[in-house]
Design a protein around this ligand. Structure first.
Ligand code: ASP
Length: 320
């Protein structure tokens, strides 16, 4: 179950404006021959049962503001949308506004709202690239992710949530006519990612914080520094590599696992044995982007560090 930050949520208002997210097609396999703006915002909310579980008793208000294909967006709808946003955001019990919108002009509406709404509360826009009738529609997950962002205490201003990414109104642009991740923030990259009901803001963590054992790193002779090695999980892996390191006195092992931190079964049992013998194990992903999400058998390195940086952190951890 997706868990929202309940601390901040009192009431979330969802304004429906149409788009593919509310679109319907005659066939489930049809991703292009559909009519946008057919289903009500209430219908979209009802199609995501986890949404209500996630809100944990907090109120959700759905309001149909328009029912448009956003290629036909007009200034009158913009004004009405901004007025309703301002109305709701001024209510003390309203923590955020979520807007369902077509993808075609989403970036324009986002920027308009960013420039006209005077608020610190989040206004989270979301959308879909496939109609609601598709075999695997993307709208429900996008709506759920938008709700997660709306409830996040660090969310501010107008944000766009699509395909697990959070974009600012300023940077976001539709860059693809068909792909589910149709939006990009260009050079600046997304503001964050929604993973398993949590927002991972880019640059949100204080990476510059001095390690608790920094002093030791400057004074303990390096010959006494703990030996920390990096290993990769891969096809045809051999446990003797770990056994040899443990026998030779390794103190820490950073395992670069496959995908979301999975480890070849041969290596996993050797690592468990190593742990039982007092070796500290940290897990990272071999993937160049993202970071391990959710529970893993071994402790994941913090901040999504790559293997060699995770080795530095573990070395410092052990230096104390
Ligand atoms: N034409 C649709 C719209 O912008 C496209 C979409 O929502 O993806 O409303």
């Amino acid at each position: 179950m997706q868990v929202l930050n309940a601390k901040k949520c009192q009431k979330i208002v969802v304004l429906g404006t149409g788009g593919t997210i509310a679109g319907t097609a005659a066939s489930a396999s049809d991703h292009t021959g559909y009519t946008a703006g057919q289903l009500s915002v209430q219908h979209l909310l009802d199609a995501v049962p986890a949404l209500h579980d996630s809100l944990q008793g907090h109120d959700l208000v759905g309001e149909q503001l328009a029912q448009l294909d956003s290629k036909d967006m007009d200034h009158a709808t913009w004004q009405a949308l901004a007025q309703r946003c301002a109305h709701w955001l001024a209510q003390e019990e309203v923590d955020a506004v979520v807007i369902t919108h077509g993808t075609d002009t989403l970036e324009e509406t986002a920027w308009f709202l960013q420039k006209v709404l005077d608020t610190n509360k989040p206004v989270v826009m979301t959308c879909a690239m496939r109609p609601a009738t598709a075999l695997a529609p993307d709208g429900p997950q996008n709506l759920l992710d938008a709700m997660v962002v709306a409830c996040d205490p660090l969310a501010r201003g107008v944000l766009v949530v699509c395909a697990g990414q959070v974009h600012s109104a300023r940077a976001v642009q539709k860059v693809h006519p068909y792909r589910l991740d149709a939006f990009s923030s260009g050079e600046s990259g997304p503001r964050g990612f929604v993973e398993q009901g949590q927002v991972r803001w880019q640059g949100g963590a204080d990476l510059s914080q001095v390690h608790a054992h920094a002093r030791a790193a400057l004074s303990v002779p390096v010959a006494q520094w703990p030996w920390v090695a990096v290993l990769h999980s891969h096809a045809g892996a051999d446990a003797r590599q770990i056994q040899a390191l443990v026998a030779a006195g390794v103190k820490g092992l950073v395992m670069a696992g496959t995908g979301n931190g999975t480890v070849h079964e041969t290596l996993a049992s050797a690592l468990l044995q190593a742990q039982a013998q007092g070796v500290v194990v940290r897990l990272v992903s071999r993937c160049a982007q993202g970071q391990i999400v959710g529970q893993t058998v071994f402790t994941a390195a913090p901040l999504g560090l790559n293997a060699v940086k995770a080795r530095v952190s573990l070395l410092l951890d052990l230096l104390g």
